[in-house]
Design a protein around this ligand. Structure first.
Ligand code: FPP
Length: 255
């Protein structure tokens, strides 16, 4: 079945309609939202204005993902390494989740979206954590798209914690080393029961993973674009999905 998508925003009439196969929409899309700072710099504005506009792109991406039938959208909003940034920038970034949720939570609830958080909660300021907890609690019974915010997330820390916890279980006698499986490791990571991403998108032309979902991305399709995150629209998500649909996923096997 073909899903015809006439674009939103900046896909002009002169551009052909994208045809997407409705039966091959990636279930889980993860995005490294990069380029906010450069977007602002190009306009002679402070970096935080880039982040503010990045927040608007979050809304566009979420609407577009939901419209396309993507079941899980994971957004890398703050990494365990981002604390190295200037204090004012970190403080600003930590205010964005609550600002976003103050504006959007009612609509997310209406649209049956389930908000989740993937990250290490302990270092987050209480105002950020409380806003996330409220959104998670108020959308917990929704069974539509999962909007998963990776907040204070770092893959190496996630894996280190997981190994430490398994070591403790072995020490206590509740786990045998030979019983450790890939599925068990996956389920003990912060992504928990979420399936691995089918498609990873990174904006801004950088070609790296930046400590994002290193275990979970083992067989994900990667799509990189030079577009800076604040410029990202639904049309870009469609392009990424169209490209995904041309890939053959072999998982190390043969077609
Ligand atoms: C990387 O761009 C972006 C971030 C570290 C922050 C991403 C955050 C958002 C897009 C907003 C999040 C919104 C919500 C609702 C949680 P950069 O600043 O490193 O850009 P640069 O590489 O051009 O400097």
């Amino acid at each position: 079945m073909i899903k015809r998508v006439r674009s939103w925003l900046n896909r002009g009439d002169s551009q052909p309609e994208l045809q997407l196969a409705a039966d091959n929409i990636p279930e889980h899309v993860a995005i490294i939202m990069d380029g906010n700072g450069r977007w602002a710099k190009k306009r002679g504005m402070p970096r935080i204005i880039g982040h503010q506009n990045g927040m608007k792109a979050v809304k566009r991406a979420a609407i577009a993902a939901d419209d396309l039938g993507i079941k899980i959208l994971t957004l890398y909003a703050f990494s365990t390494e981002n604390w190295k940034r200037p204090k004012e920038e970190v403080e600003f970034l930590m205010k964005l989740p609550q600002e976003f949720l103050a504006i959007e939570l009612e609509e997310l609830i209406d649209k049956n979206v389930r908000v989740t958080m993937m990250g290490h909660p302990e270092d987050l300021p209480s105002h950020t954590l409380e806003a996330m907890k409220e959104a998670v609690a108020r959308t917990a019974d929704n069974d539509g798209m999962v909007l998963n915010f990776a907040l204070n997330y770092g893959s190496r820390k996630e894996l280190t914690r997981c190994i430490q916890e398994m070591g403790q279980d072995i020490h206590r006698g509740s786990l045998k080393p030979e019983d450790i499986t890939e599925e068990m490791i996956g389920s003990r990571l912060l992504s928990g029961s979420l399936p691995d991403p089918d498609l990873l998108i990174r904006t801004s032309g950088e070609l790296r993973l930046s400590n994002f979902m290193l275990w979970q991305l083992a067989y994900s399709e990667l799509w990189f674009t030079d577009i800076l995150w604040p410029e990202f629209t639904g049309a870009h998500l469609q392009e990424a999905v169209a490209e995904y649909q041309h890939r053959t996923r072999r998982y190390g096997g043969l077609t």
